[in-house]
Every structure is written in C-alpha cells, then in structure tokens.
Design a protein around this ligand. Structure first.
Ligand code: CU
Length: 383
C-alpha cells in the first residue's frame, strides 16, 4: 500500500516535471521554419521612371527639377543602390518574382512573414562591394544572428554575422517569440523591419532595408496574410540620404556632368555633401514613398468594404512625416485617424474599411516633403 502510494506520488511528480518540456516540444513541433534566400544586390534605381509629376499629370517644373533632374553638379533621379532581393534557393541564381500585390514595395527588400512560434531562417548572400548584414527588429536572436557591428565583446562565430564580406553567405536564425507578435488586444499582426547594420548610415542610405510582418498564433490565413484582413500595403515614407550612400561619389561621376569640379565635404551634423565651384551645395535627400517620387509608384488598389491594413514605416534620417490618406479614414488603436505621426524608424499600422470609392491622394503632409515628391495614389474600387 505504502509502496503504491509512493509510486503514484512519484509518477505524478514525474508528470509535473515533464509537462513544461512537453509543452515546449509541442510548441516547437507546431511552429514552422520560414526560410528566405535574400541577397544584397547592386540595382540601378529610378525614383521617377515616367519622368513626369504624375500627381498633377504634368512635366516637372523648375522647383521639382531641383529634386529629379541631373545637372552639372547633381545626379538627378537615378542612383546606383544596394537593395535586398529574394531568390528561389541557396544557389542565388533565380530571383523570386514579386507577387503583383506586392509590386508597390518598390525599393524595399522582400516582405518577411512568420507566425508567433515560428523560426525565421535567412540565408543571406552579400553581392555588394562592402560588408553587409541583416539586423532585425522585434524577433529574438542570439549574438550570431544580430547582424550589427559594434564592440559587444563577442568573437568567433558570434562575430561573423556582424558584417558578411563581399561574396560571403551567412545564415541568420530569428526566433519568433510571443514578444514579436501583437500584444493581447493588439490585433492580429505586429510590424517590424530589418536593415543592414555594419556601417549603418551608409548601408541604409544605399537602400538595405525591408519590412517584416508577424501574425499572432493561429491568425495566419491564405498566403500568410492575417486571417482577419483582406488586403495589406507596406508603405515607407522615407528620407533617403543619397549623399550618405556607399555609391554617392560613383553616382555623381555617372550622372553629374561636371562631377570632377565638385568638392566633397560634411555639414555641421557630419552628413556628407558635394560642393560645386559656384558654392552650390548638393545634398540629395530623396523624399520618396517606397522609392518613388511624384506618384511614380504602382497605384495601391483595394475594394470598398474590404478590411485593409496599412503598415507604414520611416527610415533613419531626420524623419518627420505625416502620412495622410484622402477620401477614407482608418483606426490606430482606439483612435480614428487620416494622418499618422511618423518619425525616424517609426513602424505603425492603420486599419481601414474604405467606404469612399475613387482614386485618392496619399501623401506626406510635411509640405516640403510633398513638394519634393512624397506623394502617391491609392484607389478604392466599387466592387
Ligand atoms: Cu514626410
């Protein structure tokens, strides 16, 4: 009798001790490994391919020309850049085509998606001439997958992720823990980004940044979209400092007629600039939406009554943006809004159920940004 009672107690103790481990194993078994093959590639990018101001459907005027026309001492609207691009496998020979719904991403890197409980595995290939990395926000990483170079006391295998050399490959492993998803009551997704963080200023300015959407556990629907959303858009209101890019001198030499007469320097904040012999100072702050100026990006299209989710982000410059939707309103938390307040590295989500059909302006309400090209369209169809 005593022996039996002891056995039962022992068995219960064992069960109790094993339960957390069993739970963990179950979670791990349920979570998926999401593998992405992403390279840093050299891309020649045109901020306004139509060569027109499509917001007003007109030629560029004299003021706008300042931001888009090449000249003796300025590069214009075309720049060599480094962009993240997705490939089909580890041979990095075939680019994964971007889905039509996501063409609006423009110069942003591929959208990384996962659900809480998953593990994200990034096979990263560096095809550019400078060391590059992938540093994520939100997700959990060990020191071998942080993708950031600084004096953190690490060495050996914990250092190789900090800056992948030209031609090199590194696998980043990011755990999608609860904290990377939305908090209780916070909806079905959390919005993050990733970017290169070796020489952060020059890497980011060259274009190495992309978006990441994490869905709550059990909320992933068709095409990895959150199951309570019909349509999603990722929109970067971004000040890109082309003068701070790895390619600034090269872009000047390629596109500015008298690049040889330009003197390179820095301003009082340490930002790079090019000075012409006549004193003209060239600092191309490109005020774009996903890399497009003056409505040159794809028109983002949804239908009346659809549940539309907008993920809005900014970059690393002195960024103060006021993204404003004409025609419709959305909600952010408990507030109805049609203008967001977005600052440096801001990552925000607005939900909209459009009730007004039409082609609508979507622009930055900071007036000098709008004047410099920070505007685009979205369209709401009747059905
Ligand atoms: Cu702005």
């Amino acid at each position: 009798m005593t022996f039996t009672r002891f056995s039962v107690a022992l068995a219960m103790l064992i069960l109790w001790a094993c339960e957390p481990a069993a739970d963990r194993a179950q979670v791990e078994a349920e979570g998926q490994v999401r593998t992405y093959y992403i390279a840093a590639d050299v891309v020649v990018w045109d901020y306004a391919p139509s060569n027109r101001n499509l917001i007003f459907d007109k030629e560029f005027d004299e003021k706008e020309a300042h931001f888009v026309k090449a000249g003796d001492y300025r590069a214009g609207k075309v720049f060599k850049k480094a962009l993240y691009r997705e490939y089909t496998d580890e041979t990095f020979t075939i680019l994964k085509p971007r889905a039509v719904d996501w063409e609006h991403l423009g110069f942003l890197g591929p959208l990384i998606r996962a659900e809480v409980g998953d593990t994200i595995k990034i096979v990263f290939r560096n095809n550019v001439h400078f060391p590059a990395s992938m540093h994520p926000h939100g997700v959990f990483y060990e020191k071998d997958s942080e993708g950031a170079l600084y004096a953190d006391g690490t060495e050996g295998k914990d250092k190789v992720d900090d800056g992948v050399p030209t031609g090199g490959t590194h696998v980043y492993t990011w755990e999608v823990r609860e904290r990377a998803g939305p908090p209780p009551g916070g909806g079905s997704t959390a919005f993050w980004m990733y970017h290169s963080h070796v020489n952060e200023e020059m890497d980011f300015s060259a274009g190495l940044v992309g978006p990441m959407i994490i869905t709550a556990k059990g909320m992933t629907g068709e095409g990895l979209r959150p199951s309570d959303v019909d349509r999603e858009f990722v929109v970067a209101f971004m000040t890109t400092e082309e003068m701070s890019s790895w390619y600034f001198e090269e872009n000047l030499e390629t596109y500015a007629a008298k690049a040889n007469e330009v003197t390179l320097g820095i301003d009082v904040f340490g930002t790079r600039l090019a000075q012409a012999p006549d004193g003209f100072i060239y600092m191309p702050f490109m005020e774009s939406i996903n890399g497009f100026l003056y409505g040159n990006g794809p028109v983002m299209t949804a239908k009346k009554g659809e549940r539309v989710r907008w993920y809005v982000m900014a970059g690393t410059s002195f960024e103060v943006h006021a993204p404003h939707w004409h025609g419709n309103v959305g909600t952010v938390g408990k507030m109805r809004m049609d203008v967001l307040e977005l600052t440096t590295m801001g990552m925000q989500t607005l939900d909209m159920i459009p009730d007004a059909a039409g082609k609508w302006l979507f622009h930055c309400h900071v007036m000098n940004h709008f004047a410099a090209g920070m505007g685009t369209f979205y369209e709401i169809l009747e059905e």
